[in-house]
Design a protein around this ligand. Structure first.
Ligand SMILES: Cc1cc2nc3c(=O)[nH]c(=O)nc-3n(C[C@H](O)[C@H](O)[C@H](O)COP(=O)(O)O)c2cc1C
Length: 233
């Protein structure tokens, strides 16, 4: 199958989304598209190199960025004649869901969503804001500047295979999430799996419910459930 996968600027469900993308890359042709925030957040969490690696598995795979496409988003107009079988947007921010349910198409992702409806291409949306209330989510990797001693011989800097660490900073756009740094910092200053609680607003949960009103959209709450479809396994 020829699949277009859109990534918006959500850290929540990002790890799960990339796990599914990786599994799909074994059998399917992929075009990965990003909102500007999507690209920024992917780099903050250290997933950019991983996505590059996924894309490199098939010469027909590609990545398309918001800034490649401004202002009319020609890629979205090509969806039908380039014969995409499926479009997935995962993770989908509260912002993008709000735009979709109000029929707004003002960036690469929301134009693809609108054009998929016009071309009647099946579209799966994985919203991150699902039910109103508290959720636990993961923060990007970071060095705690209060704990980091700026050691002359920083073990984390030495072991990092992509030279992403320059204490007290991590350049997460170079990170490959190997997590080797976390274990070898003598002061435990590197944090790669920090979680925090945040509140999902009612308006965002209500917008998610409204996705069901749109003709070609299927809403899925866990990216892994995408793999339950026999055609995608
Ligand atoms: C590190 C980080 C994580 C974020 N995670 C989320 C998230 O889980 N859900 C969400 O709705 N917005 C999240 N945001 C905020 C969005 O990136 C922001 O609203 C952005 O404008 C969304 O743009 P987009 O919908 O075009 O991708 C996050 C921002 C940052 C910096």
């Amino acid at each position: 199958m020829k699949i277009m996968w859109g990534i918006t600027g959500a850290g929540h469900l990002l790890n799960e989304s990339i796990t599914v993308l990786n599994k799909l890359s074994k059998k399917h042709e992929l075009t990965v598209i990003f909102s500007n925030a999507g690209l920024e957040v992917v780099k903050l969490y250290g997933y950019y190199k991983k996505i590059e690696q996924i894309i490199s598995k098939n010469p027909n795979n590609k990545m398309v960025f918001e800034d490649d496409e401004k202002y009319a988003y020609p890629l979205s107009g090509k969806l039908t004649y380039e014969k995409y079988d499926l479009i997935v947007i995962s993770p989908t921010t509260a912002n993008t869901v709000a735009k979709i349910v109000n029929g707004i198409a003002d960036n690469l992702i929301t134009n693809v969503v609108a054009q998929s409806g016009k071309g009647q291409i099946p579209l799966i949306i994985v919203p991150v804001d699902q039910e109103s209330g508290l959720i636990t989510t993961t923060l990007p990797p970071r060095i705690n500047k209060d704990i980091c001693k700026r050691c002359k011989m920083c073990m984390a800097k030495t072991i990092c295979p992509t030279k992403a660490i320059n204490p007290p900073e991590i350049d997460t756009s170079k990170c490959i999430r190997c997590m080797k740094c976390e274990d070898c910092c003598l002061h435990n200053a590197i944090i790669t799996n920090e979680t925090f609680e945040l509140y999902i607003r009612k308006i965002d949960a209500e917008n998610t419910k409204r996705l069901g009103e749109i003709e070609n959209i299927t809403t899925i709450f866990n990216p892994m459930d995408i793999l339950k479809d026999k055609l995608l396994k």
